[in-house]
Design a binder for this molecule. Structure first.
Ligand code: F1P
Length: 337
């Protein structure tokens, strides 16, 4: 057995996590709607640390787009260090996201939020019995997302499905349509496709471009690349890349474009320009014209379909560098202060 077995099996088996997360949201529809109705919130703050902060960014975009209420995402530490720069005037709802439910900053942020507002907290986690859960008005637990590895993969995807489902429930657009088992084959096929871009000799640095809710996923992909493969990586909004970052492009630069179907033309124009400057470019979207076509999205729409390729890319590059993706340097599963 290879020493880096856990991450690979967690990425491979994530569809089970998506299905379980979808089911958990489905089971909580009435409770969520009741909470939302009685809460009369003026805005929503999404928070987490590391991967779950990036997940909070995507979740805030999805929620604001679906529900129309003002949302923002901040790292948990900002609620502790700069609360007046985070809170608005009205009554907020806090959505605290944490795989472990045990990260000190997120627990303290939830505790502070409750003390400041006596308002509600929704916790999205992979557990229901951890210290963070005690501050929840409502817990959404993605149990099948739990994992042994340090870097979040299956857990991130599962909690993303929950955050997406939460926005859909509150905006009355939640469909009970489940993810199908056929997505497993697509996740496996994306591993092969990622291999083509995972040569550490060919590429020295990686940029991830994504707009709207995909920006948080671009940031998470950047973090995966750093954690697992110790590679310099950055994330930008696609149109921002023209405003300076493109100076970094050379023949050893890989740019990964997470393209949104609605903003496709504006974004592909940026990527074509960067290709002409010498970068290698790989694009992902449900569109047939992209390099990596996210087939699963046609069958059961969700931005979670972007994740497996991004996770495999970091994993395969780590393996190619002789690193163990299960155990990123200097990192623990949870930061306890
Ligand atoms: C958040 C987190 C992870 C990171 C590392 C340390 O944990 O920052 O994103 O990869 O493992 O913890 P959590 O609050 O989501 O459990």
């Amino acid at each position: 057995m290879m020493q880096w077995d856990h991450t690979s099996s967690e990425i491979s088996t994530q569809v089970e996590g998506w299905q379980d997360a979808h089911q958990a949201v489905d089971a909580a529809v009435d409770d969520l709607k009741y909470l939302w109705r009685q809460g009369q919130y003026d805005d929503v703050i999404f928070t987490g640390c590391g991967s779950t902060h990036y997940l909070a960014m995507s979740a805030a975009s999805l929620f604001q787009q679906a529900v129309g209420i003002s949302c923002r995402a901040v790292p948990s530490s900002e609620i502790l260090l700069h609360p007046r720069q985070v809170y608005g005037r009205g009554k907020p709802l806090l959505v605290a996201i944490s795989r472990s439910g045990a990260t000190t900053e997120t627990i303290q942020a939830a505790e502070k939020f409750k003390a400041d507002f006596q308002s509600d907290v929704i916790v999205i986690s992979c557990y229901a019995d951890k210290p963070l859960n005690a501050f929840a008005t409502l817990n959404l637990a993605a149990f099948a997302g739990q994992e042994i590895s340090i870097a979040q993969t299956r857990s991130f995807s599962s909690m993303l499905v929950m955050a997406e489902g939460l926005a859909q429930v509150i905006s009355n657009t939640f469909s009970p349509r489940q993810f199908s088992n056929t997505h497993n084959a697509q996740v496996a096929a994306l591993r092969e496709q990622a291999l083509k871009y995972a040569d550490p000799e060919q590429f020295q640095r990686v940029f991830y471009l994504g707009s709207g809710a995909l920006h948080g996923l671009a940031c998470e992909a950047m973090l995966k690349m750093k954690e697992m493969s110790l590679t310099s990586a950055e994330a930008f909004h696609p149109m921002e890349f023209r405003h300076g970052p493109k100076s970094m492009i050379d023949e050893q630069t890989l740019i990964v474009g997470l393209l949104d179907a609605h903003t496709y033309n504006a974004e592909i124009a940026v990527l074509n320009e960067m290709r002409a400057l010498g970068a290698a470019v790989v694009t992902l979207s449900p569109d047939t014209h992209t390099d990596i076509r996210l087939e699963g999205h046609q069958q059961r729409p969700s931005i979670v379909h972007y994740m497996p390729f991004l996770q495999w890319l970091a994993y395969q590059r780590a393996v190619n560098k002789g690193l163990n993706p299960d155990a990123p340097r200097h990192l623990d599963q949870v930061v306890i202060l």
